[in-house]
Ligand binder design. Structure first.
Ligand SMILES: Cc1ncc(COP(=O)(O)O)c(C=O)c1O
Length: 390
């Protein structure tokens, strides 16, 4: 039994989003729509800047501290372990700055990984002389076995996602975390395509760093994301030095009494201007919604949806996908024998069915706004495209 079997699926939450009836949006892995509540919070947030006399020194800290705690709750940790990072590339830059590797060591990644979790490690490999390893895509979609086979005594760092961004191929992070501990390797995870929709427990996995952008499965704004920093890494050196990250920064009158000490926990890694009065309330409202729904219920609901789509695509149109036990439940990449039908992207767009077409796969990433009617509309387009070609 998987964790998603143990919980009750959620009914459609479409009423909480501003999505026209004729739009079938299956592209959460690209950019999620903002919930109405988050949009309202953002409008209010922007408006505050028109009246700066309403912004108090305490406001620089309070909303973001609440958001830190909300995000921490999603990955089973506490606010002290969370820093603000505007992008995954920023979070990974913090990680790369704090991981020392020797020439004899290797950095292990997956083939076709998202670039923000590749370039920082190519750079570290160049600077340290360590070897950069990209595990080839396994024919049987078992990324975990392929990855574990490459982790050995020479591995200094494993930098991977929780599920592959192209088709949802799953990495068993419990097993990878255990392997890293066994050989003394650091573990950095890009969980942008999973946190918020797939449970991730940092207490069990014990990674060094986890970076998450919020504009996909956290239903948040662009340019406001998170970095989990393991307690053992919290004495590290940040890539930039902002006044808020230093001790006693709440005392505005004393800011020029420069301090060597930092704020507690992971806060030293916060991006400058993290208060972000316009966007912080947006992510707060979105994280509240996710916490109310709960991640296990989101995962259970989306697993049912993607499994039904995968089974129907196979039965009606002979379209394949990563087997359900090897992919994340919220994520689906449909694979067409002979490649994507030539006019499929145009036909989908003309019918207001939104998916991502990537190489040989059509990425279908639904959320709680999707309905059975959305699925029927997608299949109507798929059928025409496949039959026309056939
Ligand atoms: C797996 C993954 N990581 C990260 C990102 C975004 O990276 P960044 O925040 O550095 O722009 C994306 C965007 O598509 C992604 O799919």
């Amino acid at each position: 039994m998987t964790s998603s079997d143990a919980v009750t699926p959620l009914p459609s939450q479409r009423h909480l989003f501003d999505i026209p009836g004729d739009v079938a949006f299956f592209n959460c892995a690209y950019i999620s729509p903002l919930p109405k509540a988050s949009l309202a919070a953002g409008e209010e947030g922007v408006r505050r800047k028109a009246r700066p006399w309403t912004i108090t020194p305490a406001d620089f800290f309070t909303t973001s501290e609440g958001v830190r705690a909300l995000f921490a709750g999603l990955i089973n940790t506490s606010a002290d372990d969370i820093a603000f990072a505007p992008a995954v590339s920023y979070g990974m830059a913090q990680a790369a700055y704090n991981i020392a590797l020797a020439r004899s060591q290797a950095i292990v990644t997956l083939a076709e990984q998202f670039p923000s979790n590749v370039y920082p490690w190519m750079d570290l490999a160049e600077r340290s002389g360590a070897k950069f390893v990209s595990v080839p895509r396994p024919a049987d979609d078992d990324w975990t076995a392929a990855l574990l086979a490459r982790i050995d005594g020479s591995t200094g760092l494993v930098a991977v996602p929780h599920c592959h961004w192209t088709d949802g191929g799953l990495v068993d992070l419990d097993a990878v975390g255990a392997a890293c501990r066994r050989v003394g390797a650091a573990l950095c995870i890009d969980a942008t395509q999973s946190v918020g929709a797939l449970p991730l427990d940092v207490k069990r996995i014990d990674p060094d760093f986890v970076a998450v952008a919020s504009y996909k499965w956290l239903l948040g704004p662009y340019s406001l994301g998170f970095l989990y920093v393991a307690p053992r890494r919290q004495g590290g050196r940040p890539i930039e030095h902002n006044w808020m990250a230093r001790r006693d920064s709440e005392d505005f009158a004393g800011l020029v009494n420069y301090k060597d000490e930092y704020q507690a926990g992971a806060r030293r890694f916060d991006v400058g201007e993290r208060s972000n009065f316009a966007l912080m309330p947006v992510v707060e409202a979105s994280l509240r919604l996710i916490s109310e729904w709960t991640v296990p219920r989101i995962q259970a609901t989306l697993s049912l949806r993607t499994n039904a789509i995968a089974e129907r695509a196979h039965a009606e149109l002979g379209i394949g996908s990563v087997p359900s036990h090897r992919r994340a439940g919220h994520y689906l990449g449909l694979r067409f024998a002979g490649g994507i039908p030539p006019e499929l992207p145009e036909r989908l767009a003309a019918s207001k069915v939104y998916v991502s077409v990537r190489g040989e796969a059509m990425r279908v990433t639904p959320h709680l706004w999707n309905t059975d009617e959305d699925v029927d509309r997608m299949f109507a387009v798929l059928r025409t495209a496949v039959v026309t070609r056939g």
